[in-house]
Design a protein around this ligand. Structure first.
Ligand SMILES: Nc1ncnc2c1ncn2[C@@H]1O[C@H](COP(=O)(O)OP(=O)(O)OP(=O)(O)O)[C@@H](O)[C@H]1O
Length: 334
């Protein structure tokens, strides 16, 4: 049972705050993805959790115990980096055994543990292989095995699959999720890939400029973005600027919506949350057939061009006049 608590974590470099008072609870067995654009502070937060970077303020707690001043090797954390940093002069078993030897385990226990984690990551029988004989994906599995062998309470992964091709990345992502669930290990995973975060996470923490924009389930991050930044950062989103009169409750795109703001607003609508009907309100600019669905680009009257996902047998063609409607929207002030 291991939980992780970040309390008001802060870090600056050269007078610039790159992590601004980040507070977060990660529950036992939860997999949390830190997601954000380059430079948003994801790796710095992870490094502070692992003890590789000292915070300027705030605290890191594991199972309620303050770890903020504890050196990395004394923390119950395991870290896997993008560059796996395996020792090329050792075989696979040697790489995994290294940390176990430092802990004073017996040879027999080490051999058993090495075999156990190699099975876990799907590399049974690979112990005697040289690191350079392995593919990139296999090397990353060894790096994961090396971390897991030490039985950390918290697993920390910093873009571990970023250097692999798309297909392999997806496979390793599924394998990691399997292993994580089987072990029930509390995990923090840094990525700037939104697909990766949506596919892996129990909860996604979206970061911008060193601060949390939203920490929520993938479904809520996708369907109920808390800020305009989150709405635009994940998936494809149509943004439609509008202006609501006082006490307005309708808009040409939807029938009724409670709590609309007065004045200027921005509507955010997913392409799959829009439909096209016969009528007026927009003109189809282009239709692309993706087999499973059609993607219609529609110019709204007095508005921007929006993307609409339609069934594959929808009748629309370029030039058609249509009535676009939104089933689900997010509304942001200003
Ligand atoms: N050791 C350091 N010295 C100076 N600046 C640093 C250091 N580490 C990170 N930074 C700066 O802090 C900011 C946040 O970096 P960080 O690596 O945490 O971001 P990130 O969200 O993980 O980005 P990426 O996705 O590109 O890895 C960046 O502007 C980076 O240049």
């Amino acid at each position: 049972m291991s939980s992780l608590t970040l309390q008001g974590l802060r870090k600056g470099f050269g007078g610039q705050d790159v992590v601004k008072s980040v507070s977060l609870e990660v529950a036992d067995g939860e997999l949390v993805c830190l997601l954000g654009p380059s430079g948003s502070g994801k790796s710095t937060i992870l490094r502070m959790i692992g003890g590789f970077e000292a915070p300027d303020g705030g605290a890191v707690l594991i199972d309620g115990a303050d770890m903020t001043r504890v050196p990395p090797e004394k923390r119950p954390t395991g870290m896997v980096f993008q560059s796996h940093a395996l020792w090329s002069h050792m075989d696979v078993a040697g790489n995994i055994a290294f940390g176990l030897r430092l802990r004073g385990m017996t040879r027999a226990d080490i051999a058993q543990k090495v075999d156990e984690v190699l099975v876990l990551v799907g590399l049974e029988g690979y112990g005697k292989r040289r690191v350079w004989q392995l593919s990139g994906g296999q090397q990353q599995r060894v790096a994961l095995a090396r971390s897991l062998a030490l039985e950390p309470k918290i697993l920390l992964l910093d873009e571990p699959f970023a250097s692999l091709d798309q297909h392999l990345r997806e496979r390793l992502r599924e394998e990691l999720r399997d292993i994580q669930q089987r072990l029930g290990i509390t995990t923090v995973f840094v990525t700037h890939g939104q697909d990766e975060a949506l596919a892996l996470a129990d909860r996604i923490v979206v970061l911008k400029d060193g601060a949390i924009e939203q920490a929520d389930t993938p479904a809520r991050i996708y369907r109920q973005p808390a800020t305009r930044f989150v709405a635009g950062f994940i998936g494809t989103m149509n943004f439609v600027p509008t202006h609501f009169a006082a006490n307005a409750s309708t808009h040409p795109l939807f029938q009724h919506c409670a709590e609309l703001p007065d004045g200027p607003a921005m509507l955010a609508i997913r392409p799959e949350a829009m439909q096209l009907h016969p009528g007026a309100g927009g003109r189809v600019h282009r239709v692309t057939d993706f087999g499973t669905h059609l993607l219609a680009e529609v110019g709204l009257d007095d508005g921007p061009r929006v993307k609409v996902i339609c069934p594959p047998d929808a009748p629309w063609q370029a030039g058609d006049v249509v009535r676009p409607a939104a089933a689900e929207i997010a509304v942001f002030h200003g």
